[in-house]
Design a protein around this ligand. Structure first.
Ligand SMILES: C[S@@+](CC[C@H](N)C(=O)[O-])C[C@H]1O[C@@H](n2cnc3c(N)ncnc32)[C@H](O)[C@@H]1O
Length: 311
């Protein structure tokens, strides 16, 4: 796939140092280990940015009508839409769940959030929702995609209560050990962990369950995990197979899981009402009415679980 001049300018913003907290600046920080915005060891080099191969984060941005995508992303996203025309609405319903889950957690007294697989900033970022409802709420974003991280850094410049790190959900220990996490989050107190549409990218069951188990073990009792994950339970098998095949050609292959497989992520947590349901049915609000009559079209199952206090 040819890289267009628009795509090159995206690469340029990743590699220049003027005002956008750019990638090379970050990389220098990472080498000196002195700055605030950070890149973890696994994904440190600009060569990790593949603009000629679609990325899940940039395709997601395209589905939302964003600008931070390349010809390869747009091509792949259009192919997904050709197979599954509801795809952009699916993303919106998922994002609406994220908003409702954050508002719910604030209501429950949670004022610090770890958003893993946060994506490219778009409408209704977690810090915007949380800090509007509770000024001073703290947020650490995590993503494996350098473009998502770079853009989040630019967005968060000047926000003392939010930061972003480049890290891998498959390595929770590295996330919790990252200096930005203890700087902003008090791990002795309950935390809201958001795993919204990221676990499908942890394709191996064992790896995915191990990651979520480690996250649950690392957070204080009273912490919540909010999870959404697409399922093929009610989807024609050929559509599921074709979309998986399309994502296999991106930098982030993904998969569907069944209700039972997704429920396993809530092991040793207590699910809050209404349990694990299609995203539109999770504490719906009139504004998020999308797919309420046909919730299975939203594909994503969503739930929120709390880590119980020891007896
Ligand atoms: C579909 S987007 C979801 C964005 C956001 N959570 C939401 O629901 O609106 C999935 C995000 O997960 C990120 N991702 C994929 N695999 C990851 C991994 N192993 N570690 C961290 N982030 C990952 C992608 O880069 C992408 O930004």
């Amino acid at each position: 796939m040819a890289i267009t001049s628009k795509d090159k300018s995206l690469l340029y913003t990743l590699q220049t140092a003027d005002g956008t907290r750019c990638f090379s600046e970050t990389e220098r920080w990472m080498r000196s280990r002195k700055g605030r915005n950070v890149i973890s060891d696994e994904t440190r080099d600009a060569e990790h940015v593949h603009l000629d191969k679609p990325s899940a984060a940039r395709m997601y941005d395209y589905f939302f009508g964003g600008f931070h995508n390349t010809a390869a992303d747009r091509h792949a996203a259009e192919a997904v839409k050709a197979i599954y025309p509801d795809a952009p609405l699916v993303m919106r319903a998922n994002r609406a769940f994220l908003r409702r889950a954050v508002a719910f957690l604030i209501e429950r007294g949670i004022t610090q959030f770890l958003d893993i697989g946060a994506g490219i900033p778009t409408v209704g970022n977690v810090h915007e929702i949380a800090q509007r409802l509770h000024p001073g709420a703290r947020v650490v974003y995590v993503d494996i995609d350098p473009v998502a991280v770079n853009l989040s850094m630019a967005l968060l410049a000047g926000n003392p209560d939010a930061a972003v790190i480049l890290a891998d959900a498959r390595r929770p220990a590295a996330i919790f050990a990252h200096p930005e996490v203890p700087r902003l989050l008090d791990l002795e107190r309950p935390l809201g962990v958001l795993l919204v549409s990221v676990l499908p990218f942890l394709k191996e069951n064992e790896e995915a369950y191990r990651a979520v188990d480690a996250i649950r073990a690392a957070v204080a009792p009273g912490s919540y995990l909010a999870i959404s994950h697409h399922t093929n339970d009610d989807m024609p098998p050929d559509i599921a197979a074709q979309t998986e095949w399309l994502y296999a050609g991106t930098t982030n292959p993904s998969r569907y899981r069944t209700h039972a497989e997704i429920a396993r992520f809530f092991a040793n947590l207590t699910l809050v009402e209404p349990g694990l349901v299609y995203a539109p049915l999770w504490r719906p609000e009139p504004l998020d009415d999308l797919f309420l009559r046909r919730p299975e079209r939203a594909i994503n199952l969503a739930g929120v679980g709390i880590k119980p206090f020891p007896e």
